[in-house]
Design a protein around this ligand. Structure first.
Ligand SMILES: NC(=O)c1ccc[n+]([C@@H]2O[C@H](COP(=O)([O-])OP(=O)(O)OC[C@H]3O[C@@H](n4cnc5c(N)ncnc54)[C@H](OP(=O)(O)O)[C@@H]3O)[C@@H](O)[C@H]2O)c1
Length: 305
């Protein structure tokens, strides 16, 4: 039976594995992307039964949404879940804007690019420094009432901003930087979300590819956020994950993704992909059942992050 999760207080239901699409049309963020690969990435996800597609205006300034809009015309609308985001204001140097009028226009623009009547999840992508967060969310509650969106999300908000946004218990989902090597959210944010029935989606779950196991001890310079000592710890931990992966005839990436899927504090894990083969491989994570002991072992291997 397909595993499913429900998003916050909404009636949106999805698979616990989604697809991150910043490398689908995200030419402003990454060099050397090909749109045709992006098309194949989205098709691979939908054909493999991955239902949630995580996109944003910012990924190609609308291009990622347009590619997804084109591809999804050939699929039943009730078989996939679209999550998109906006805040970067094209009329103000892409600075974050949470003004109610701007957010409502952003919803309409995204609906057009995605060629759909509703967005399953709409996130405020980044906080601005002037709009009261409860006011911004109130505007989205009106969009929900109007049937244009089904769940309200925020991303990159501090915990204080999340609380302000959720003053009337209307936030359904939060997306933030979190992975086994970036665990800050575990301290205060995740307990708050759990207590308020808000789903959590981590971004950078594979630490931009580092946790796939494809990098070597000599590649540390590509990951300057980690000290040399931390990088060595990660390399050693990944060797141990490899041993667990072998028990499941799985890859390191699949095993790491299975860890997030098993974690009750995580709602949907959305690894990004440049190529369709990566999607096909990552989709296999849905078939891996880690034991409680394996889950704890992996947790402990990365406990210092
Ligand atoms: N809300 C926000 O502000 C925010 C910010 C960032 C990201 N996001 C979302 O979160 C998603 C996930 O983050 P992310 O994509 O940046 O990072 P990620 O999921 O940690 O890493 C994805 C990258 O790892 C590599 N990869 C993936 N699967 C692989 C496999 N099986 N084998 C080998 N390499 C593999 C690919 O890059 P290469 O092939 O190039 O190595 C892929 O693009 C994004 O796509 C986006 O939708 C949201």
């Amino acid at each position: 039976m397909t595993q499913t999760v429900k998003i916050g207080k909404s009636n949106v239901v999805t698979t616990p594995l989604g697809l991150g699409t910043n490398k689908v049309g995200g030419h402003n963020l990454f060099d050397g992307l090909k749109d045709e690969n992006g098309v194949q990435v989205v098709k691979a996800a939908l054909n493999d039964g991955i239902s949630l597609l995580d996109t944003a205006y910012m990924y190609g300034l609308g291009k990622s949404e347009e590619i997804i809009g084109d591809v999804t015309q050939n699929y039943d609308r009730d078989k996939f879940v679209i999550a998109t985001k906006a805040a970067q204001d094209p009329n103000n140097h892409l600075k974050p804007n949470n003004d109610p009028k701007f957010l409502k226009q952003s919803v309409d623009d995204a609906l057009k690019r995605l060629q759909t009547d509703y967005l399953d999840i709409f996130y405020i992508h980044f906080p601005d420094d002037h709009t009261p967060k409860a006011e911004a969310v109130h505007a989205l509650a009106e969009e929900k009432q109007a049937g244009k969106i089904k769940a309200i999300g925020v991303s990159n908000f501090s915990l204080t901003q999340i609380k302000e946004a959720n003053a009337d218990n209307q936030v359904d989902i939060v997306e933030d930087n979190y992975s086994l090597v970036h665990r800050e959210a575990e301290k205060e944010e995740l307990p708050y979300l759990k207590a308020h029935q808000i789903s959590f989606v981590p971004y950078f779950p594979l630490a931009s590819g580092l946790l796939t196991g494809k990098y070597t001890p000599a590649d540390g310079q590509h990951f300057s956020q980690f000290s040399a000592e931390q990088y060595t710890t990660i390399m050693q931990a990944l060797e141990k994950v490899k041993a667990i992966a072998v028990n499941h005839q799985a890859t390191v990436a699949q095993t790491i993704l299975a860890w997030y899927i098993k974690d009750p504090d995580i709602s949907v894990v959305i690894p990004g992909a440049r190529l369709a083969d990566q999607v096909h491989s990552n989709a296999q994570a849905l078939n891996i059942q880690l034991s409680d002991d394996e889950f704890k072992q992996i947790d402990q291997l990365f406990k210092d992050f």
